[in-house]
Design a protein around this ligand. Structure first.
Ligand code: SDX
Length: 431
């Protein structure tokens, strides 16, 4: 059957047939790789609003229907029945593990959780009040100075070891970033604890007393890690892919991903939501802030609302909102007035014509901070939580890209608006 194509007609009437590429699910694409060679023109799509940057089999999103699937499994089912490490295995290896494979994977990850002792010196170089995301960017990027035995990115086994090390060490590095900020001693990981409980103990235990993670809290955090594990070609994942496309080592690529995630338009939004709710303070102020969010002359945006892809509900926000109820019911420290305020803000915003016409719904970041706060995680660690979870997705995309024999360095072009050619003017001749 003849391949489907779209036809491009140029001003002089000549036409160009662009082949249509079809995936397994979701929108088709038409291949523009030949456009510059055949027309002398570039395509123009700042922000990649309508551009498929790669082929991938990891995560599928349907923004109109509010669908999110990891390797075909709906996020709702994974949230209900899986664990973060099982999801990390699924993202890395494409299939759900057998009981034996999961046990082995949990053992491997558990036995990579320690970090080189000399890395502890790095933390001392940061001001005590450095934002933990700044520490994460620095320390994760420095890991390549320690693991010379697994930096050959063309060796599949090296790629796998680096992926395991990154997934395993992110909680340890994150907890050390928190302890540095608090001025408390670092707590070593323990191999008898599962991934999330181990992290919570490294965060909240001290040499003076043990810390028993509350099972409700550990389960809520594990669920949040599942929901944040991957999300197609978002800004930070695209950053990891672009960094990796030059052949940079995986630790440098993940450090770049952490830096991109930190932005308030992206993963930094969960911290920004809590700052916003704290600033709004009371339901009586909600209308004022919604008016500000609608005012084009005001840079204020309703943090935790809107999404490049979801023009309906973000399925993760729906799940997290439910978890908020459970956490608030079962954890005395939970801040229910804050949750009430968030629910009221959502209710009012979703009735407002501006939010309806702009298809602005709560996203994954709108409620997550309420749960983190209930788990006594400080606000400046909220995006660090996101980074721990998203490392599983980042390394899966990095492995998928490097493992693709057709991958090449990412190097976009531009629409140039600068000066045309002009001659240099010697200093003494300038006006
Ligand atoms: C994440 O991509 C991913 O998958 C990301 C993520 C993941 O898992 O990796 O899902 C995680 O980053 C979630 C998003 C977290 N960010 C926030 O909550 C910050 C607040 N939201 C926005 O800044 C914004 O909605 C974005 C960045 C999320 C999306 O921006 P887009 O797609 O570039 O849309 P836009 O900025 O062009 O906005 C479209 C219109 C504009 O109005 P007009 O100029 O067309 O009239 O909607 C308005 C915007 O002004 N708008 C908002 C708004 N978000 C968009 N107005 C008020 N409040 C908002 N939150």
């Amino acid at each position: 059957m003849e391949k489907e194509h779209v036809t491009l007609t140029q001003p002089d009437g000549t036409t160009l047939e662009l082949p249509i590429l079809e995936g397994s699910v979701g929108p088709k694409t038409f291949d523009v790789t030949s456009v510059y060679k055949k027309t002398g023109m570039f395509t123009f799509d700042p922000g990649f609003m309508a551009t498929a940057s790669c082929r991938s089999a990891i995560t599928f999103i349907d923004g109109e229907k509010g669908i999110l699937r990891y390797r075909g499994y709906p996020i709702e089912q994974l949230a209900e029945q899986s664990s973060f490490l099982e999801v990390a295995y699924l993202l890395l290896y494409s299939e759900l593990p057998s009981a034996e494979q999961l046990t082995e994977f949990e053992y491997i990850i558990g036995h990579h959780t320690m970090i080189n002792e000399s890395l502890q010196m790095f933390y001392r170089g940061f001001r005590y009040d450095a934002h933990p995301m700044a520490t994460m960017v620095g320390v994760v990027g420095s890991l390549s100075a320690f693991y010379h035995d697994s930096l050959d990115i063309h060796d599949a086994r090296h790629r796998e070891i680096s992926a395991h090390r990154l997934i395993a060490k992110m909680p340890t590095i994150a907890a050390c970033s928190y302890k540095r900020h608090k001025g408390e001693p670092f707590i070593y990981p323990r191999n008898d604890l599962n991934y999330t409980a181990n992290f919570m103990r490294m965060m909240f235990a001290t040499p003076c007393e043990e810390f028993e993670p509350d099972p409700v809290a550990a389960k809520a955090l594990d669920l949040l890690f599942i929901l944040h594990a991957d999300h197609e070609q978002n800004a930070s994942t695209s950053t990891v892919r672009i960094a990796g496309s030059s052949g940079a080592n995986p630790f440098a690529c993940i450090s770049a991903g952490i830096a991109s995630l930190w932005g308030p338009a992206h993963g930094g939004a969960n911290e920004a939501v809590l700052n916003m709710l704290d600033e709004i303070g009371d339901v009586s102020n909600v209308d004022k802030y919604i008016a500000r969010a609608k005012d084009k002359s005001d840079p204020f945006r309703l943090m935790g609302f809107g999404h490049r892809v979801y023009k309906n509900n973000d399925p993760r926000a729906t799940i997290i909102r439910k978890v908020c109820y459970d956490v608030l019911e079962n954890m005395p420290t939970a801040d229910s007035p804050l949750f009430e305020l968030a629910l009221k803000l959502e209710e009012i915003a979703l009735k407002d014509e501006y939010f309806i016409s702009h298809k602005l719904y709560p996203n994954v970041d709108f409620y997550s901070g309420i749960i983190y706060r209930a788990l006594n995680i400080p606000m400046n660690m909220f995006t660090v939580m996101f980074a721990i979870a998203r490392t599983a997705g980042w390394v899966a995309h990095w492995m998928e890209m490097i493992g693709d024999p057709d991958h090449r360095i990412a190097r976009p072009r531009q629409l140039y608006l600068g000066a045309a050619e002009r001659a240099y003017v010697p200093l003494d001749k300038r006006g």
